[in-house]
Design a protein around this ligand. Structure first.
Ligand SMILES: NC(=O)C1=CN([C@@H]2O[C@H](COP(=O)(O)OP(=O)(O)OC[C@H]3O[C@@H](n4cnc5c(N)ncnc54)[C@H](OP(=O)(O)O)[C@@H]3O)[C@@H](O)[C@H]2O)C=CC1
Ligand SMILES: CC(C)(CO)C(=O)C(=O)O
Length: 303
């Protein structure tokens, strides 16, 4: 009879739901150390491919497309569909979760608990801040354009994520003040929305007029973030702008990739959230009041 090592017998079962740019990165990180996850997607594929600066990692499939086919629950789900795709992906969570499953949400925004919570076991949803840029290429391969890194709230549910990603190319940090970290990342994403409006990559932040607009927009977002409890200094807007100015000029952002592909945009969770929360707190958001309808119309039409 085959012997099972102690590590194998306790190894958590892991699934990736949404094997796109971010899902492929995490799947490849796991596969590279022998922890190949179950792949659950919308488009059937034989496998996934990630290119890093040092290596090409091929993750064997299949990418399952029917929740009825997976034959059992898992202990950890990485949910990496777009925020606009959560409801459509809910049948995966119903099929994959047992009462103790942790659902780690690899999405931008600050509203993951409200969006995913209704589809997951009570207390299971763990938001993550995803710091790395990953871009899907024409041939379906994903290009990782920076060090893979996640920040999670310092909660007991985060332990399984830390353990599963330990020793992989994807670093995990735990934040005692996750609210501040999540809002800081949201400020980046709000500003990156300007790229979807212009159809330009990071090089556009080298223009003086765009830099000035970006700083004004970031300061508006910062006021709302602080009202929501984020502890962020006055230096943050300039730091974010300078980080984008230091990116390779051809570096994109996931909302620009969606715009270029004619897909719905995550305008609600990345930009409108500032306007909504600002209104609720009586904070003026004049730049959001212009940016948001433009993004919404670019995303959803009509016309
Ligand atoms: N890309 C990046 O650099 C970064 C992205 N993020 C955030 O991460 C999240 C994921 O983004 P990203 O990886 O870029 O998105 P992608 O569009 O690349 O990936 C989404 C994946 O989900 C799949 N999918 C869609 N609907 C379903 C469904 N019903 N069931 C299962 N799978 C489904 C898509 O399939 P199909 O192939 O059929 O479209 C695709 O494989 C977003 O919130 C984004 O804002 C955060 C930081 C950086
Ligand atoms: C990579 C980064 C930080 C750029 O805004 C991002 O979050 C995204 O592309 O969605």
């Amino acid at each position: 009879m085959a012997q099972t090592s102690p590590e194998q017998s306790v190894r958590p079962r892991v699934a990736i739901v949404g094997p796109g740019a971010i899902g492929t990165t995490v799947a490849a990180a796991l596969h590279a150390v022998g922890r190949t996850p179950l792949l659950c997607g919308r488009t059937a594929r034989d496998g996934l491919e990630l290119s890093t600066a040092d290596a090409v990692i091929e993750v064997p499939g299949p990418v399952h497309t029917d929740p009825a086919d997976i034959g059992g629950t898992v202990d950890l789900v990485f949910l990496a569909v777009k925020a606009t795709q959560v409801d459509a992906a809910a049948p995966w969570l119903a099929a994959l979760c047992h009462s103790g499953t942790v659902v780690c949400v690899l999405q931008n925004g600050v509203e993951q608990l409200a969006a995913v919570g209704p589809h997951a076991p009570a207390g299971a949803v763990l938001p993550a801040v995803v710091w790395f840029p990953a871009e899907t290429q024409q041939n379906g391969s994903v290009r990782l354009r920076g060090p893979a890194r996640l920040t999670l709230p310092n909660l007991p549910a985060a332990r399984i994520v830390v353990d599963v990603l330990d020793g992989t190319l994807c670093a995990v940090e735990l934040a005692p003040d996750f609210t501040s970290v999540a809002w800081r990342k949201l400020l980046q994403n709000a500003m990156a929305g300007l790229m979807a409006l212009t159809g330009r990559r990071a090089g556009m932040f080298g223009r003086d007029d765009i830099a000035e607009l970006s700083l004004d927009y970031l300061r508006e977002c910062l006021a709302v973030a602080r009202a929501e409890g984020a502890v962020l200094g006055d230096e943050v807007p300039r730091q974010i702008l300078e980080a984008f100015q230091a990116f390779p000029p051809d570096q994109g952002t996931s909302i620009l990739a969606d715009r270029e592909a004619g897909r719905p945009l995550e305008w609600s969770i990345r930009n409108d959230v500032v306007r909504r929360r600002g209104r609720a707190r009586g904070i003026p958001t004049p730049i959001s009041d212009i940016v948001v309808p433009l993004l919404a119309a670019a995303s959803d039409g009509p016309g």
